[in-house]
Design a protein around this ligand. Structure first.
Ligand SMILES: *Cc1c(COP(=O)(O)O)cnc(C)c1O
Length: 377
């Protein structure tokens, strides 16, 4: 398969780039002794898990199907966390997870009897401090429902659980800033942590960002782990798959209304939802900031404000031309939807050998089935 023969839109995951991130993860593990579990809510394209498995220790989840997927397709340690479990959820995952992390003391009390003896038990604590660029993604935001607040902790809690999870970062590219959070956790909760076997520090630590001081992070984690006598975990999502994947699209039309808009055969609302939710413009590989030809890269959905970005090119765009929307793996493939009945992007992996392998493709039948399987009689 040659790239230019593939029908757009499609995702192309680059194995070499994935391995480059994973090598940094390996380095972090070696320095710190931390274990790493992949956050499936960020990236669940299990077709490439054989590439990731040798580097990470397992998976963590945010809902019951992710637990099952991690268990079936990744293996290693399977951590099960959910903001709100139903009893059915708990029963479904109890036999396939190693650790079960409850979001509240009430959920722990309600379901402890079902899982005790089967899994290592944990609770999520909210440290009240965080690092996040946007309030929507800030776990320590006002009135947050995520984790037990410090002043609600019943001290006896720690005599009957094995570990705790904190998650308070979002795309934190600053090792110093993370270490300040770590120190705050040690001060606030240290006496409790000393009683536990494990502590997970969640995700959002962007240790694969260019220039990130991996050694500084690693040594701080190692010291924390020794101080409190716990096995540490991180739950990276974005850090593992960042900059590994392009969403490849074709320009299908160019329209003009004061500005020129190149309309492509994809939409943020359907295929790259976080562009819209977080109002963070995408970047296009072919663009040239200093180019003389400026375009809005517009989607083919009917949502008026649906655009990927506004950028410049050194030559005018032409209909039929392909564009690569960079860094399109995290929180994208897991959020694909059928809005407007658009064609769903296929998913490919470019192996280190150069070979392109197909991981997924969709057709009209998938669209139809997602809406109803049976009609009223
Ligand atoms: C979202 C999330 C992660 C992964 O976050 P990234 O920013 O993708 O690293 C890990 N743990 C928990 C509890 C999360 O909610």
């Amino acid at each position: 398969m040659q790239q230019n023969e593939l029908k757009t839109p499609y995702f192309m995951i680059d194995e070499d780039k994935l391995i480059a991130n994973l090598e940094i993860a390996k380095q972090l593990k070696e320095i710190s002794g931390v274990k790493l579990v992949l956050a499936l809510k960020c990236f669940s394209t299990w077709g490439v898990f054989d590439i990731i498995k040798p580097y990470l220790d397992g998976t963590t989840s945010s809902g019951p199907f992710e637990v099952k997927l991690g268990y079936e397709t990744f293996g290693g340690e399977t951590h099960a966390y959910s903001v709100g479990y139903s009893e059915d959820d708990v029963r479904e995952v109890a036999d396939i997870c190693d650790k079960m992390i409850f979001n509240s003391q009430s959920q722990l009390a309600a379901y402890r009897h079902i899982v005790e003896g089967k899994v290592s038990l944990g609770v999520r604590l909210n440290p009240g401090v965080s690092y996040a660029g946007q309030d929507l993604a800030n776990p320590a935001r006002q009135f947050s429902r995520l984790g037990v607040q410090a002043d609600h902790i019943t001290p006896e809690l720690f005599d009957s659980i094995n570990g705790v999870m904190f998650h308070m970062n979002c795309e934190n590219k600053d090792a110093e800033a993370f270490i300040r959070l770590l120190d705050s956790i040690s001060t606030q909760f240290g006496q409790y942590l000393d009683k536990l076997d494990w502590v997970s520090l969640g995700g959002g630590v962007f240790f694969t960002w260019p220039g990130y001081d991996v050694e500084k992070l690693g040594l701080a984690l190692k010291a924390f782990s020794a101080k409190h006598g716990v096995q540490l975990y991180l739950e990276p999502g974005e850090a593992i798959i960042t900059k590994t994947t392009d969403l490849v699209v074709t320009v299908v039309d160019i329209v003009e209304n004061v500005k020129k808009t190149a309309i492509v055969d994809s939409a943020t609302e359907a295929h790259r939802l976080d562009t819209l939710i977080y109002n963070e413009p995408a970047s296009i590989l072919e663009a040239d900031e200093d180019g003389a030809h400026q375009y809005v890269i517009g989607s083919c959905s009917c949502l008026a404000g649906d655009q990927f970005c506004e950028t410049s090119f050194d030559k005018p765009l032409t209909i039929g031309q392909r564009l690569h929307i960079a860094d399109s793996a995290g929180y994208t493939m897991v959020k694909l939807n059928w809005f407007n009945g658009l064609r769903m992007p296929s998913v490919y992996c470019q192996r280190s050998s150069g070979e392109i392998q197909k991981l997924n493709e969709f057709d009209y039948a998938d669209f139809k089935r997602s809406l109803s399987q049976w009609s009223v009689k």
